[in-house]
Design a protein around this ligand. Structure first.
Ligand code: PLP
Length: 626
């Protein structure tokens, strides 16, 4: 447990049981613990193999409640005179079941949704049923988008259109008049406060979105001219996702609250301050301002927002607004776990005899000598010796002076010596370890080959260097023996995970077990935010299999699989690139017929091959084992 820092990033949801299996408690200490391995087995019985995305719907429920309760208690502690109205930004995870679960969990708190595009408003309108909760509309808008929002207004929903540009204010006022609807308008303020971390550019004066102070005043003028001063309901800002440092949040909130207060004093009837997203996740458990972490809790976040808005409003003597936050990552990241299978490994050190023979090649004799006389004292010198032998053997091989058996023996002994040197070095203080040994140790890393695609399932890792906790989901009572990285099955050297979480830095390797004859499963945790939808079909690896787990005390195991969603078939991903399966089968049949005509295939065999091809199109895109 300590090795994988489970207690640090697990937020009370993840643990290890006496059998060495990773468990999930979707309701933290209040609920049952489910072994991930059991869910993997159950899914397999239903025909779904790894890679498998497991969603814990109760955990989602728990996150929504926690966020709302954190704001409720901050509001009551501070005797704040507004309420909290959270919205879930559906871009973070658009899956209908996820959005519906969040709305269900948030019903008593009137938790709404945020949409950021035209397709998202269609989705949003269809799943939103509580007219006391908000639909906040961000992103650039055309007339059709605005019209959809107005349909929501006609249905009695509080749909607030956040203008990103002045031209949008004009369009909203025009379309609202045409449709005879009272619009609700929010303005996104371009704050001078800049975010930090990977998504810092969402804030600051050069941000892509938002209105400058003069544009805000011009927008209010447009509303006035249209006789719709009362439409101005909300001030919005968003300084970026995954804000690691609470100081940035406090600063941004105060700046936005000041805008609100000044506008309020000018007579604009604004009711809400929307603080956007940014509430972070402690992916590495370091509780620091590193980009994969955060130096605050959800409770502190809520308290600081409530307090700072209140402080500015009291100072300016304006009413306390209702508070909206658009927390996506913090709502959904924990609820899904990606389980992948390591089905092979590439190991540097392979077993081989350490005894010499009188007719051994000179290079082999040199290596055996170094190995025999290796001590802590001659570590650096021995390292130079083996590096020299390796270089010499490569040169001789290039000149055709070395046979393959000698080359193989040299390589085996080289890595055995390197491993022994690394062991000795591990007992020394870092400052005493020669640089060459440190370099050599980096090359000693093994690789576990895993049945998944980084491009489909962990895009943030590939594109932005985002870190996710990764650990075996079983064998956790057995000490791992290898330092490894993960490689995926795409034909791309970028398709790998070679950066892992650490408390003080980033690790280059993950301690893993040697593979045996049973499947070896790894969990990639905190993957519920952004990863699903952003993944692409590089190498035509499609969506992975998915199961949704619900707690149920009536079941002996304490849970049931409510829904299983099969990943993309080969046919489906091919059709995305304009390969139509009927046409493909016809083309292959023509080739089979030609081969039969030329007597290269017997007709029955040809028909069997064709049937195999056709059947194979229904298979999943990932590799199948056992
Ligand atoms: N709101 C807006 C406008 C965003 O752009 C984003 C994402 O960057 C979010 C909300 C969600 O942010 P987070 O996932 O950090 O809560």
């Amino acid at each position: 447990k300590e090795l994988y820092l489970i207690d640090r990033w697990g937020a009370g949801y993840f643990d290890v049981n006496d059998d060495g299996n990773m468990t999930v408690a979707p309701l933290q200490e209040r609920g049952r613990k489910i072994a991930l391995q059991d869910v993997v087995n159950d899914a397999r019985e239903q025909g779904l193999r790894t890679p498998l995305l497991i969603r814990f719907q109760d955990l989602l429920h728990h996150r929504v409640r926690n966020l709302n309760l954190a704001f409720a208690s901050a509001i009551s502690e501070n005797k704040y005179r507004g309420v909290y109205r959270g919205v879930f930004p559906i871009k973070v995870n658009q899956l209908r079941e996820v959005v519906e679960e969040i709305l269900d969990a948030g019903r008593s708190f009137h938790h709404g949704i945020e949409v950021g595009s035209k397709p998202e408003i269609f989705a949003g309108l269809s799943v939103h049923t509580d007219n006391d909760s908000l639909i906040v509309c961000n992103g650039y808008k055309d007339d059709a988008y605005i019209r959809m929002a107005m349909i929501g207004r006609k249905l009695g929903k509080k749909v607030i259109l956040i203008a990103e540009k002045l031209s949008e204010v004009r369009a909203i006022l025009r379309i609202a008049a045409e449709m005879n609807v009272d619009p609700l308008i929010g303005l996104r303020v371009r704050l001078s406060t800049k975010g930090a971390g990977r998504w810092a550019t969402s804030g600051g004066e050069d941000a892509k979105f938002g209105l400058s102070t003069s544009e805000i005043l011009a927008a209010t003028e447009l509303m006035k001219q249209a006789g719709k001063t009362s439409a101005f309901k909300l001030i919005h800002f968003h300084v970026g996702s995954q804000i690691p440092d609470i100081l940035i949040i406090k600063r941004a909130v105060r700046e936005a609250a000041r805008h609100y207060a000044k506008l309020r004093k000018m007579g604009h009837p604004i009711e809400y301050i929307d603080v956007g997203g940014g509430l972070a996740i402690d992916y590495d458990g370091s509780r620091s301002t590193f980009h994969s972490s955060m130096n605050y809790s959800v409770e502190e976040y809520a308290r600081d927002i409530v307090y700072n808005i209140m402080d500015v409003c009291d100072d300016e003597k304006v009413p306390h607004p209702d508070i909206v936050s658009e927390s996506g990552r913090a709502t959904v990241a924990h609820h899904s776990v990606l389980v992948i299978q390591a089905f092979g490994s590439i190991e540097k050190v392979t077993p081989g005899p350490l005894n010499g023979a009188h007719d051994d090649h000179k290079l082999v004799k040199n290596l055996l000598y170094t190995l025999e006389h290796l001590t802590q004292e001659n570590l650096g010198e021995s390292c130079h010796d083996i590096l020299q032998v390796k270089e010499e053997s490569q040169k001789m091989f290039d000149l055709g002076l070395l046979n393959l058996d000698v080359k193989a023996r040299v390589e085996t002994l080289f890595w055995q010596a390197a491993e022994r040197m690394q062991k000795i070095a591990s007992r020394l203080d870092a400052s005493e370890v020669p640089d060459d040994i440190t370099e050599l140790s980096k090359q000693l890393v093994d690789q576990h080959i895993c049945n998944f695609s980084v491009f489909q399932s962990l895009l943030d890792h590939w594109a932005l260097g985002g870190l996710f906790p990764i650990a075996p989901i079983h064998r956790l009572n057995e000490r791992p023996t290898q330092q490894s990285t993960l490689v995926d099955i795409t034909c791309d050297s970028d398709g790998k995970v070679s950066k892992f979480i650490d408390l003080s830095d980033v690790r280059d390797t993950l301690p893993l077990h040697a593979l045996d004859d049973k499947p070896y499963y790894l969990g990639v945790f905190l993957t519920g935010a952004y990863q699903d939808i952003m993944g692409d079909i590089h190498n035509l690896f499609g969506r992975v299999n998915e199961v949704h787990v619900f707690l149920d005390d009536d079941e002996e195991c304490g849970y049931y699989l409510e829904e299983t969603i099969a990943g993309n078939s080969i046919r489906e991903v091919l059709s995305m690139t304009q390969y139509e399966s009927r046409e493909m089968v016809a083309k292959l049949k023509a080739q089979v017929d030609a081969a039969i005509k030329q007597d290269r295939l017997r007709p029955t065999e040809g028909m069997r091959l064709l049937a195999d091809f056709e059947r194979g199109l229904a298979d999943q895109t990932y590799l199948t084992f056992g």
